[in-house]
Design a protein around this ligand. Sequence first.
Ligand code: ZN
Length: 419
Amino acid sequence: MTRFALREAHAHIPAHGRAMSMLRAGDCLNKEELLDLLGRAGGTGWVLAAGARVNAWADPRWPDRSELDRVQPDRPCCVMSFDHHSIAANTAAMRAAGMSEDEPDPPGGVICRDARTGTTTGLLLESAAMRVWHSAPEPGESERRAHVLAALKDLATHGFTEVHDLLSPAWLGPLLASLDADGLLPCGVRLYAPQAELESQHAAATGPRGWERPRVRLAGAKCFADGTLNSRTAWMIEPYRDPLPGLPLGKPMMTAAELDSALALTRAKGLELAVHAIGDGAVRAVLDARERAGRESPPLRIEHCELIDRSDVVRFAEFGVAVSVQPCHLFADIEVLTRELPHRLHRVLPLRELIDAGCAPGRGLWFGSDVPIVRPDPEDSIRAAVHRGRAEVGPVIAPEQAITEDEAWRCFSPEECAR
Ligand SMILES: [Zn+2]
């Protein structure tokens, strides 16, 4: 049930559209269904499937390279896991990426091998997965246009009238503007350029022949203060139970000076800054930077905020910093949180405290999905915010931080947005 126009505050429009154009591995309930799907792929060139949830299968084993070769002997073929951290590749795909049989693991990646024979299984993790996946040709201009249109239509069917794109490539603004001019844009879009491209994208958006229009705006810049929970690189105040070697608190990605300069550069353009901060250590570092900037700060939003220390909660309303969260990620993160941060579970998405401290739903507290990491169905975040777990049953995290269904819907409301 959709009650009013909705805002998706954290999406990746081009990636969502591209994933929609791929085979839907997430619909497969076992290996046989996946192999069947891959074998029936039409077209020519690379066969790409996205969204595999192998860990949810009764027999949670990826198809190996020989099985993939059987259904796709000639075309490069890859299946990506839903969390974008691993893929299964056939021989043609590994060859197309220039990955040889005796190749050592790349830095930050793993080429999995059969324990007995030592041959590669086709399962690739992290940087090894990315290397093969990105060997597939990038979409051309007409494909991009089709992908972006498909993604926006999908978001519109979920009731979204305003979508925020967090890390927009330079071609996205002009493409959206041309769709709008053709009367094809189903919702308004606010774009956030990578911090390093703010200058050039701002010039392209606002120059004499700038692409900005009322429904397509360059809203600001995006930067990253830490990594992710699943890779244990999110920056924490207290150590992980089983941290990466040498990184007990995860991995800060920006220094205080870099945060200060990101704020200053964004303010100089009169735009907003969106900072990715998943761990409570990263959230605190961003709030500290905001405090140092004082009245010289641009409008600031912090993305994800999966953990927030008790003492930092009041600082959001105090400084007028927007909390941009994706409660639906609780469904996928519940295991890693319980395993790695059992002593900090009470600090996960403290939505009740944030609202009580003055972050009004929709005005200071925004919901989104981070699509295509998960699907953009707003009901998922409503359920997670109200039930603090997958549904009425199963494990819950910090149930005292639950908010009401009405409050949760208002977090999706653009009317509540003061900007
Ligand atoms: Zn994102």
